[in-house]
Design a protein around this ligand. Sequence first.
Ligand SMILES: [Zn+2]
Length: 306
Amino acid sequence: MRLCSVSVDLDEIACYSAIHGLQAVAECHAVYDLALARMRAFAASLGLPLTLFVIARDLDREQNVHWLRQAISDGHEIGNHSLDHRYDLTRRAPSEQTQQVVQASDRIQAVLGVRPQGFRAPGYTMNDHLMALLREAGFSYDSSVFPCPAYYAAKAAVLLRMRFGGQSSNSILDSPDVLRAPRVPYRTGKPYWAPGKGLLELPIQVAGPLRLPFIGTSLTLLGPSGARLLTRWLLGVPFVNLELHGIDFLEASDVPKPLLAVQPDLRVPLRRKLAALSAALETLRAHGYSMLRLDEAAHTIARGLA
Ligand SMILES: [Zn+2]
């Protein structure tokens, strides 16, 4: 089996302003108004089905609904990225966690006519309660676990720097136990990062012995030759789960200036970003990987694990 899924978290610019404490940039809608059309064109050019993780509050904006309906008619999957993208979701009351997950699915189904089969937690932060809740709510899979030491260390450093600088961030640090999770699909146990008989988890991809992040941010910062090299470290794994963000399809002129200082990947020209993503995907294709949506991958993998 050689399968690859590409998913995109449609975090709007407001989400980044919340992480970095930049309230001034909250009114920019570049992810829905610019990035979504670009990712659809990119996917069409490569014959690539996508899974789009939607924050349900973004459906309040009529234009966003219009773009998402077009994406659905292209054949892309819609996943659940919670109702409001609260970075501290796992620290909220159990009833609020349920509301954030179930109301998001209900709203997506009511507005877009499709019920999400998969969930991705805001900020990749998961815990046992949230995982159990997803299973009870009838999800086919979760894809939130990111067992990546480099990402964990970078996030810890940013949050620490902000705290010492007197800035507040909406983001939180997960327990380092997540780094003990398998790097391949598994049925979750208790704790969720140990294998068991629960919900199917499709971890975010890491590559090589150092478990480097194989995600849009790292590929676009590496550029085409670096992306190709990192992809070579993955060849042979049965399933590649490449996670992107809407901003991987944006460049400096698309976003408010203050964001460029804190999201260096936004300074990479769009053309170079797309070339890097293409290089990774073409390398996988050349080595026999077929591209499919996460719900389809989950179905195939679940049969293999049963
Ligand atoms: Zn997100």
